[in-house]
Structure formats: structure tokens, C-alpha cells
Ligand binder design. Structure first.
Ligand SMILES: [Zn+2]
Length: 244
């Protein structure tokens, strides 16, 4: 029996899944001038029987760059419960990368590291939303800017009504866990607590970006509907077609 190590979301643990199928895919990336590859694995959890699908990125390629054999990264689960994907294009790279790292730590059973990355995610969100972007003219040019810290950022998000009381409360819980996790104290953080904190950060990110974008689009549609429709003659003239 061939097995691969993957996180089972039902057992909430790393398991040795029985491999039922695999797909290796290698391509040559012309732009990067090097091969690119991935391995998709399908299997079942040995304790609960859940179907599990994982993906591993190929690190080394046999016969390429002096490699004796192909090697792969750890398997990250893509089904069930795939990594969370957000829709908004406004989500900054630092936030996105921190969320991905948090999920990786989480699936590797590193709950403390996951909490640190979740704190970093929220801090990235605060800075993106609250700090004026360079060149907008909102910045005071003389005073050198101190980067916004998490506690201050959370208070400010609430003061500016970007988050409500409940999201404020969740953010403060995350902040407390992040502080514990970021210092070399003798602590343990349960998988369940880390999972809840991750759900809170996802909810806050969704609220601040995805739902705000969606609401603005919705309002825009209503506005557009209210505008009087152009007459056929106006439409023709705006297209440069002479009136008949
Ligand atoms: Zn399981």
C-alpha cells in the first residue's frame, strides 16, 4: 500500500492516506527558463475514510540541473476544504501571502506559527486600509511615519466604523493569541482555537474587501438603473450613426 501524508479536516490531524491515484504534470516554463511541475494525489483517510485530494509542487527534476531524482514539497490539501480564495482584487500581497502561510502552518500542525501568521495577516489588513498610500497627497510629508501596529490598527478600524463591535472583539482575541504566540512562552494552542482564529480572520478579510466591493457594485447598479434611458436617437448619435 502506497501512502502520502496529508491533513484530514475531519480527523483534524495529519494522516497517512492510502494512495488511490496520482497525476504528475511537468511543463517547461519558457519565461523562467526552467521546468515546472506538480503532483496531484488522491486517497482516503485511514481512520475516517474521507476522500482526500492533495497537491505537491515539484522541487527538483530528474536529469535537470544535476538532480539525480525528482523531489516534491509537502502535500497541501485541495479537497475537501480547499484553501480559502477571496474575490477582491484590492487584497494586498502581504495579506494574501500571510493567509497562505498561516494555512500551510496550520496543515503542518504548527498552530503557534499559524497564529503568528494570522496576526501578521490582520496587521497587513490594518496597514492597507488605514495608512494612506504614497502619492495620494494625504501623507504629511515632514513627519517620518511609524508603521501601524496591530493594537492601534484594530482600534482605528473600529473607530472609523470599518469593522463593527463583533469583529472588533474577534480581532482583539486574535491579537491576544498572536502576542502569546509571538513570544517564547511555554504555551500550546489547540487546533480548534487556531481554526476559529483562522475563520475570524477570513470573515474580517471578506467583510472589509469582498463584501464591500460587492455592495459598491450593487449600489452602482441601482444608480445606473435610476438614470434616464437614452432615446434611440441619442444612442445613434453617440455611436456616430446619422439619424434616419
Ligand atoms: Zn480522517
Amino acid at each position: 500500500m502506497v501512502t502520502f501524508i496529508i491533513d484530514c479536516p475531519i480527523c483534524r490531524a495529519k494522516v497517512g492516506a492510502e494512495e488511490k491515484g496520482r497525476l504528475d504534470h511537468v511543463e517547461f516554463d519558457e519565461d523562467a527558463g526552467e521546468p515546472y511541475g506538480e503532483r496531484i494525489l488522491i486517497g482516503t483517510c485511514p481512520s475516517c475514510g474521507t476522500s482526500l485530494v492533495g497537491r505537491a509542487a515539484q522541487n527538483e527534476f530528474e536529469g535537470w540541473d544535476g538532480s539525480q531524482e525528482s523531489t516534491y514539497s509537502d502535500v497541501v490539501r485541495i479537497y475537501p476544504k480547499p484553501p480559502k480564495a477571496f474575490l477582491s482584487h484590492r487584497i494586498p500581497r502581504t495579506l494574501n501571502e500571510s493567509l497562505i502561510e498561516a494555512d500551510r502552518s496550520f496543515q503542518a500542525g504548527a498552530n503557534i506559527a499559524a497564529c503568528v501568521m494570522l496576526g501578521r495577516s490582520l496587521e497587513a489588513l490594518c496597514r492597507d486600509v488605514l495608512e494612506p498610500a504614497a502619492g495620494t497627497g494625504e501623507e504629511k510629508p515632514v513627519k517620518p511615519k511609524k508603521r501601524m501596529m496591530l493594537a492601534e490598527g484594530i482600534r482605528e478600524l473600529h473607530a472609523r466604523k470599518i469593522i463593527d463591535d463583533r469583529l472588533l472583539d474577534w480581532s482583539q482575541q486574535l491579537h491576544a493569541f498572536r502576542n502569546l504566540a509571538a513570544h517564547p512562552e511555554d504555551i500550546t494552542i489547540s487546533r480548534q482555537d487556531a481554526e476559529d482564529l483562522q475563520a475570524f480572520v477570513y470573515a474580517i478579510t471578506e467583510y472589509v474587501y469582498d463584501l464591500t466591493d460587492r455592495y459598491n457594485e450593487f449600489k452602482q447598479r441601482l444608480e445606473d438603473k435610476k438614470k434616464p434611458r437614452p432615446s434611440a436617437a441619442e444612442m445613434f448619435s453617440s455611436l456616430g450613426i446619422p439619424k434616419m
